[in-house]
Design a protein around this ligand. Sequence first.
Ligand code: SAM
Length: 280
Amino acid sequence: MQSRHFKPEKPWLLGFVVISLLGGAFVITSFIRDTNTGIFCKASSAMRSAFVSSNTDDLQLQAIRHYATSTIVPQQSFKEISITYDVLRSLGRPANFLVFGLGHDSIMWASLNPRGNTLFLEEDPHWVKTVLKDAPFLRAHTVKYRTHLSESDALISSMQFEPSCFAKNAFLRGNTKCKLALDMLPNEVYDTEWDLIMIDAPRGYSAELPGRMSAIFSAAVMARKRKGSGVTHVFLHDVDRVVEKTWGKMILCEKYLVKGVGRLWHFEIPPFTMPTNGFC
Ligand SMILES: C[S@@+](CC[C@H](N)C(=O)[O-])C[C@H]1O[C@@H](n2cnc3c(N)ncnc32)[C@H](O)[C@@H]1O
């Protein structure tokens, strides 16, 4: 009588079948797991890039809509804007871009630096509110200036005798003694290495206004303290005016001036590893 229990005639064959099934199961589960991981990976990376590109598109689309429906255009000319545009493109990565002044060009600067860090410093708190009401996605801080345009010559002299303004030990955060130093900025401004600095503010068209002396001085101090590779690109607008021209040459230095178009100068300032007596 045959046993009710299965007794293989070829036990080695059973062993082979069991091992094959186990092996097959392992291969199939690995495949399913890999496939799932692949699908999830692809899905999450697609979601990530959709998120990133939707962020990018958002800013740029808003810029297009804004300028397509606005009767007010930025003050800088096409050729002037192109200098900064070319630098942003040439970096080939999101940049740290510090802009002195909020204006009709702010949405443009932010959208030309997608995924980058574009930060605006504005003297007038009411103007900050007005601009951010229509463009809440812009990032801006209010800055208090301690100078007046009328003091420009006196401030040039003060740089000879006020040690806290000397190039070799100039610093910004908490530098209350040097009126040229923007001493009360948010830490974020001091702690970031800015790749580009645009100086198109504060206002400097009449004696009682702050003038751009301390924006120029502070930009130079930031650029000289750069630790990373490369230079700091500093753009100075309104160089048809005496104060911008004088301070640009004296603090940002003629030898670092690489381009000038219309009323815009472009400086490339290298980091300073050794203290120097003067700025240039
Ligand atoms: C010399 S303007 C530069 C303007 C900028 N380049 C542009 O295209 O709009 C810079 C400063 O002027 C002031 N400003 C500019 N437009 C303004 C406006 N419509 N109303 C009030 N203040 C304004 C702000 O204080 C700003 O920081």
